[in-house]
Ligand binder design. Sequence first.
Ligand code: MLT
Length: 206
Amino acid sequence: MTTTTELPFIHRFTPAPAPGHPPLLLLHGTGGNEDDLLPLGPMLSPGSALLSPRGKVLEGGMPRFFRRLAEGVFDEEDVRRRAHELADFIAEAREAYGLAAPIAVGFSNGANIAAAVLQLRPEALAGAALLRAMVPLQDPPAADLTGKPVLILSGASDPIVPAENAKRLAATLKAAGATVEHRVLPTGHGLSQTDVALAKAWIEQL
Ligand code: MLT
């Protein structure tokens, strides 16, 4: 069953089919919506509740989670504002649906806002799987991410995310105390079966 309720983001919510699994917060990429990653949820963690919001920013009609000035150049004031807005939504949705802190599973723009939420509002997330993520904030605040599990899956031939940038994100989160696993896959910006297998195995061992 997928339900929606009156919360400040358009979203989908699917209750947990089984107890004892972390809820997943599914965050789509540019041009996606709340339905995009719903099929991925049960592939990664069949027992988990799924919470899937739609980004509120529109770029030429395409939903995103924050504004950008150009590809890979972010409006960081908007990143901050939108990360706080998303963290507030997570808190309200947890209350409304009776959820533990979720593990974010973000793709591309969704991974970037998840990384910003980790840095600005670490309490909002139990951890994050960041698929094709980049550094969202050049000068992030000093967050305490001690013990937070973070998986970063990058593509070796990703035309959008430079290798150095993804490495820098991994190093920054690690320096803040997160338990970071960063893997670079022989692929581009799109997701592959290997992403699904690695993210599934990572969630299983949490
Ligand atoms: C972003 O804008 O967040 C990144 O460039 C990824 C994308 O959405 O294309």
